[in-house]
Design a protein around this ligand. Structure first.
Ligand code: S6P
Ligand code: ZN
Length: 186
C-alpha cells in the first residue's frame, strides 16, 4: 500500500503547501522592545511584516517523541542598523535541539548559550545549522531578498520567549559599514 504525503516543500522558496498547515505572522508592532532603536521601529509601518512562520501538523506540539517541520520567511529590512529578525527563544525543555536548513536568501543564525555567550553562523541556500540544546536561537536577514529556512525540532520542545524578551541576547547583529557585525551589549 502506498500513501501520499500531505505536505510538500517547494525547494525554490521554502513554501510549504498542503494540510494541516498553521501560519503565523510577526509585524513591526509585534517587535516592540526587541530593537535598540525604538524610534526607528516606530517610524516603520506597524503592519509591516517582519517574518512569517508555517508549521506542518502543528497539532503535534507538546507530543513527546514527535518532530515538527516548519518554514520561516524573514523579509529584508532594517530597524536602525539592526536587521529584520525573529524574536528568538530558548526551548522550554532546554534539552531539545533543532536543525535549520537555509532554502533562499542570506542571513545569520545567532546562538547564545546559557552562560550568555553569543556567536553567529552565516546562512545561505543549502547551509545546515545544528542548534544544540540549552541554546537560544534567533535568525536575522542580512540580505536584500526574503530569507527562508526549514526547521525541524522535537514536538515537545516548546518555546520560552521570556528570557530574550526581558534580557535580549548578549550581542546584537548590526549593519556596520555594510557588514553584519555582532556588537556586544554593554
Ligand atoms: C521553532 C523554530 C522556528 C521559530 C521561527 C520563529 O523551535 O525555532 O520555527 O519558531 O523561526 O522564531 P521565533 O523566535 O519567533 O519563534
Ligand atoms: Zn526553536
Amino acid at each position: 500500500m502506498t500513501a501520499q504525503s500531505k505536505i510538500k516543500v517547494d525547494f525554490a522558496t521554502g513554501n510549504l503547501s498542503g494540510h494541516p498547515l498553521e501560519q503565523s505572522v510577526r509585524t513591526i508592532s509585534d517587535m516592540k522592545g526587541y530593537y535598540l532603536d525604538e524610534r526607528a521601529r516606530q517610524s516603520l509601518h506597524p503592519k509591516q511584516v517582519v517574518y512569517r512562520v508555517q508549521i506542518a501538523d502543528a497539532a503535534r506540539q507538546g507530543e513527546e517523541g514527535g518532530l515538527l517541520l516548519g518554514t520561516t520567511f524573514i523579509e529584508p529590512g532594517l530597524v536602525g542598523d539592526e536587521y529584520f529578525m525573529t524574536k528568538g527563544h530558548f526551548h522550554r525543555h532546554r534539552n531539545r535541539g533543532e536543525y535549520y536548513i537555509t532554502v533562499a536568501g542570506t542571513g545569520a543564525l545567532i546562538l547564545m548559550d546559557e552562560t550568555r555567550r553569543t556567536a553567529f553562523e552565516t546562512m545561505s541556500p543549502g547551509s545546515v545549522h545544528y542548534i544544540p540544546f540549552n541554546t537560544a536561537h534567533r535568525v536575522a536577514n542580512t540580505g536584500e531578498s526574503v530569507l527562508a529556512f526549514l526547521a525541524c525540532w522535537p514536538s515537545d520542545a516548546g518555546h520560552d520567549y521570556e528570557v530574550i524578551a526581558s534580557r535580549g541576547f548578549s550581542g546584537r547583529l548590526r549593519k556596520i559599514n555594510g557588514v553584519a557585525t555582532l556588537i556586544e551589549e554593554p
